[in-house]
Design a protein around this ligand. Structure first.
Ligand code: ATP
Length: 274
């Protein structure tokens, strides 16, 4: 598989997050264990894996929202647990998968919630804040909806409004849980191009392996709560890894126009249906 084609790979120079011996539990059940890796500054890292493999749990742990039962996550060498919520919110944006939107706000007000960590206590919005909100909405192609009621947004518009709220938070690190859900093809590509162009460190959970390989610098493959592998798309998304993680057959093919390598998937009839 070739390097991301949308832009040149961003030069990552050091580690932004360091994950060591991480384990997380849901109730008494350990759902993530023995996870060790680093997120390099400025890279776009995809988290892929089957349903229930632990992607959302890992993202929440990377954001300091999910407390580990073992191990640690360091932000620039500082354990996340040592940071105040406000400091964390100025450093890390977490855009979750199925966040309920406050129905009685207009879109601009909802996106302005992303500015909260930057305000002094009890401060209201000002012109700079409105500019940040409009810029964030513009980045996701939603500026036209700034005064629309949130409850009137389509599923795809809701996803983009949530991302805009995250962009308005203006942190150097973003954690995105399936941001392309509900988006049509053009908006999926547009959103990933936008994310890639941010120049931030981004970790994104996604299901589309081909899009992950096209846009991301590296890919981490989760399976059953463990990190199966992490590496460049070519190194991480081999037919063997894909079969081990997803139980499907993958065949690399060359795109006749671009020359890039893509994967075709087919069912492995010897695998039991999940
Ligand atoms: N609140 C919870 N209570 C009990 N189990 C949970 C809870 N949250 C997650 N789990 C379990 O933890 C495991 C990992 O879930 P997680 O949501 O992290 O997976 P995922 O890879 O993001 O899945 P998906 O692709 O379906 O979004 C699953 O087995 C899930 O059932």
């Amino acid at each position: 598989m070739t390097a991301p084609a949308e832009t040149q790979p961003i030069q990552a120079t050091d580690d932004h997050l360091t994950v060591s011996g991480l384990a997380c539990a849901a109730g008494k059940r350990v759902v993530l264990r023995d996870v060790d890796f680093a997120v390099r500054r400025g890279e776009l890292l995809a988290l892929v894996g089957p349903n229930g493999s632990g992607k959302s749990t890992l993202l929440r742990a990377l954001g300091g929202v999910r407390k580990p039962v073992a191990g640690d996550v360091l932000l620039d060498d500082v354990p996340l647990g040592q940071l105040s919520a406000r400091r964390r919110a100025r450093a890390i944006t977490l855009v979750g998968q199925e966040e309920a939107l406050p129905a009685d706000l207009v879109v601009g007000e909802m996106v302005a919630l992303g500015r909260t960590p930057h305000r002094p206590p009890w401060a209201g919005g000002d012109a700079a804040e409105r500019a940040a909100v409009l810029a964030a909405l513009d980045q996701v192609g939603l500026a036209y909806a700034v005064d629309h009621p949130v409850e009137q947004l389509s599923g795809g518009e809701r996803r983009r409004a949530l991302l805009a709220r995250g962009l308005a938070q203006q942190t150097p690190l973003m954690l995105l849980d399936e941001p392309t859900n509900h988006l049509d093809l053009r908006h999926q590509l547009g959103l990933l191009r936008t994310v890639r162009g941010l120049g931030k460190t981004v970790v994104v959970a996604m299901h589309d392996l081909d899009l992950a390989a096209t846009f991301c610098d590296r890919i981490a493959v989760l399976h059953d709560g463990t990190l199966l592998t992490i590496g460049t798309p070519a190194d991480a998304l081999t037919p063997t890894v894909i079969h081990d993680a997803f139980g499907v057959l993958a065949t690399p093919v060359t795109h006749p126009r671009t020359g890039r390598t893509h994967l075709l998937f087919s069912a492995d009839e010897t695998e039991p249906h999940p």
